[in-house]
Design a protein around this ligand. Sequence first.
Ligand code: NI
Length: 132
Amino acid sequence: MTVVRFGVSLEKGLLDALDKFAEENHFKNRSQALRHLISNNLTEKKWESNEIVAGAVSLVYDHHKRDLLSNLADLQHDFHDVILSNIHFHIDHDNCLEIIAIKGESSRLKELANRLIGLKGIQQGKLTTSSI
Ligand code: NI
C-alpha cells in the first residue's frame, strides 16, 4: 500500500500524550502510534455501522460445568455461518481456553459473543474487534 507523508499540528500536551502512548505500547515511532489509533477508531465505527467485520471471542471455563460443552457446541452450530475457526487449549486439569475467530455483520457477531459470554459456567469472556 502506498504510504503518504503529511504534516500534523498538535498542541504540546497532546503530542506529549502521543509520545507517552507510543512508548508504553512499544511503537517504534509516532507514525505507527497514529496509524494504530486511527485504525482502531475506524474499526469501532465499522462495528457500530453493522458492516462486515472480523474478530475473536476468547472464553475461559471449567469443562466440568454441567451442560456447558453441549451449550457451547449448540450455539456455535447456530452461528456456523460467521465462525471461521475455533481453537481449544486445555490450560490445566479443569480449565479450558477457547478462541473463536468470527467474520460477518457486526450485529450478528455481537449477538454471538454476548450469548457465548453469557452462557452459564463461562468464567471469563471477551470479544476482540478488528476490521477487514
Ligand atoms: Ni479443555
